[in-house]
Ligand binder design. Structure first.
Ligand SMILES: [Zn+2]
Length: 82
């Protein structure tokens, strides 16, 4: 049985790429946090979990996936086609 030690450190360009991934993850999470805060605001105004486009309640399975969703799947997919 051989235990292969991963002693090779990534090259400089690889390190930069890895840092970039971390930056991407951070900005993604920051954006999600903004969306969550906005959703909390909508909770107070009573418009939370209501589709901004068709004004119908967003189905719970959709909210399970994205609790801060602004639009239902139908409206969202129409929006993405633009
Ligand atoms: Zn909708």
């Amino acid at each position: 049985m051989s235990t292969r030690a991963k002693s090779k450190s990534p090259g400089p360009e690889r390190t930069e790429e890895r840092r970039g991934l971390l930056r991407d993850a951070r900005s993604r999470l920051r954006h999600e946090l903004d969306e969550i805060r906005a959703a909390q605001g909508r909770l107070e105004t009573g418009s939370f979990s209501v589709c901004e486009v068709c004004r119908r309640p967003i189905p719970v399975p959709r909210l399970r996936a994205v609790a801060w969703a602004r639009a239902c799947v139908t409206c969202r997919s129409q929006d993405e086609r633009r």
